[in-house]
Design a binder for this molecule. Structure first.
Ligand code: FUB
Length: 534
């Protein structure tokens, strides 16, 4: 996989600087199921193994990525594996996650005795852990309508909850099935209905991958049609039809790419997005697919235009990344050469790094300027450097951070360096340098102190002046003051500094933004000042 990624990097390096598709470059992803929840887009995907044999799928688990801006995606790793579904034969075919009453429901399609069945796993968080209910929600034997007998008619569940609270489960291959769900979301209610592939509801035909939603009182049924697939859609005033075919959304992909497309549609931050998969990564094909996203605009009458596949994908994000927050290294707009794996410290890490690899994060808002950079890294080798570049992987060098060997790949340390020229909103490139595998990365953040505000002045009966300039607090005693002491606390009560026997002005470097309490002790009295560094 790594060799393939490197070749790919060389081939389309110039394009990649501006491309956002495929959305994930660190592994193959398929069957996107986006969910908007609390201002975040969660993109649940299947995973096509790079070890898949020719002409067949090897899919064993589901992954999740999230984004607040539609251009930088954080990898949350595996959120559900078929090996934790007791009745599953192991296949992790397309799935869909729905939210209701503080719970998240992962509807899966996986092989079981009698054919592919629909399952459901439940979690309290969008990132899991998702626990399967222990039995299929709908078995293949229950899918007898419309004369379908093939064992894979249970593919591709999707759930829509109507305004009145009624939830509907849809799925199918060559037959569209649907059934009501009870409020518990883990049991069905009533009979299973169906429409066969050639029903007029579908124009040419229905292949698989239904995606149902409602927008401005119109119910949309988006689905894969034909084989190789194109994407078509139908609309209705009701989630149970009758459906009227409205046309194609995406054409069949050109030769040599993916036979399947698999759609997902959302509105987020005032924009509309179409998710699908193609064979965009090196070595890609019908069984090694990659999720892509296109932004689109509905026509005034609510119809959907024909959407073209692009390498650019979502060009403009809908927000900026705050570099002064901790950024997980696996938050990536475009990654070249790297992979992600579980981190011994927490979450995921970026790994498989070699000289010249890089990660791009888009729209990083440095504000008035960053002055420092901290990175959490481990190195079982001799380490290397990270070049922090702006605009492109060869752009302005804002700083170089040296990462030394930490002795073991599981021994994590925080490394720091100074930064210049980082102001305003920039695309940031972390360019990795070093021999062999120089290091692995968990997280990073930038630091800055641009100004300070005295929140309260003198307390007690001393007369010390406290101020700030650039990245330092200054404590200045009045004339003829003998030695004094001071301590600095964070607002959370953590003591970050103590100094005794100070003569004259004291300089205190401030590396982190925050509110600090400074206690000055002199001659049996205490003076306190509160400063905000920002
Ligand atoms: O990923 C396996 C199957 O391919 C899905 O279930 C279909 O929608 C198609 O994308």
């Amino acid at each position: 996989m790594r060799a393939l990624l490197c070749t790919f990097t060389l081939q389309i390096c110039i394009i990649a600087c501006f491309a956002q598709n495929p959305v994930v470059q660190t592994c193959y992803t398929a069957d996107p199921a986006p969910l908007v929840h609390d201002g975040v887009v969660y993109m649940y995907v299947g995973h096509d193994s790079s070890a898949a044999p020719n002409n067949s799928y090897l899919m064993r688990y589901y992954k999740c990525y999230s984004s607040k801006d539609m251009v930088n995606w954080t990898d949350h790793g595996i959120v559900l594996q078929t090996k934790s579904i007791s009745w599953s034969g192991g296949e992790a075919n397309a799935a869909h996650v729905a939210f209701r009453d503080n719970k998240f429901y992962y509807y899966t399609s996986t092989n079981a005795s009698g054919g592919i069945a629909i399952g459901v796993a439940v979690a309290n968080s969008p990132l899991g852990p998702f626990i399967d209910i222990g039995k299929p929600l709908v078995t293949a034997s229950q899918m007898s309508g419309c004369n379908a007998t093939h064992s894979w008619r249970g593919l591709d569940p999707t759930v829509f909850i109507d305004d009145d609270g009624q939830a509907y489960l849809y799925w199918g291959n060559n037959v569209l099935y649907w059934v009501k769900l009870n409020e518990d979301m883990i049991s069905t209610n009533g009979t299973i209905s169906c429409l066969d592939a050639k029903n007029a509801a579908f124009g040419p035909d229905f292949e698989e991958a239904p995606w149902v939603y409602k927008r401005n009182s119109i119910c949309y049924l988006v689905y894969a049609s034909g084989f190789p697939e194109s994407i078509g859609y139908s609309t209705s005033s009701s989630p149970t039809g009758p459906w009227t075919y409205k046309g194609k959304i995406m054409n069949t992909q050109p030769n040599g790419v993916s036979n399947t497309i698999h759609p997902g549609v959302i509105d987020f931050a005032g924009n509309s997005y179409f998710f699908y998969h193609n064979a965009g990564l090196p070595g890609g094909g019908s069984y090694k697919r990659s999720v892509c996203i296109e932004q689109f605009v509905y026509n005034a009458d609510g119809t959907i235009p024909l959407i073209r596949e692009t390498a650019g994908g979502v060009v403009n994000g809908v927000g900026n990344l705050n570099p002064y927050d901790t950024i997980q290294a696996e938050t990536i707009c475009w990654g070249s050469g790297v992979e992600t794996k579980p981190c011994s410290e927490d979450g995921l890490m970026v790994t498989s790094i070699s000289d010249g690899d890089y990660i791009k994060v888009k729209n990083v808002d440095f504000g008035l300027g960053a002055s420092g950079f901290e990175v959490r890294a481990a190195s079982g080798s001799s380490g290397g450097t990270i070049e922090l570049r702006l605009g492109s992987q060869n752009g302005t060098l804002a700083g170089t951070c040296t990462i030394g060997g930490t002795g073991e790949w599981t021994r994590w340390q925080t490394f720091q360096c100074g930064i210049n020229n980082c102001t305003g909103i920039k695309d940031l490139f972390l360019v990795f340098k070093g021999t062999a595998e120089p290091y692995r990365l968990n997280w990073y953040r930038f630091t800055t102190v641009t100004d300070a505000r005295l929140i309260n002045t003198r307390q007690g009966n001393l007369n010390f002046k406290v101020g700030i300039l650039k990245e330092k607090f200054f404590v200045t005693p009045s004339a003829n003051t003998n030695s004094y002491s001071l301590s600095v606390y964070t607002l959370a009560g953590q003591q970050v500094l103590i100094r005794n026997g100070i003569e004259g002005i004291s300089e205190i470097p401030v590396k982190r933004r925050g509110v600090y309490l400074i206690n000055i002790y002199y001659d049996g009295h205490t003076q306190q000042k509160v400063l905000s560094a920002y």
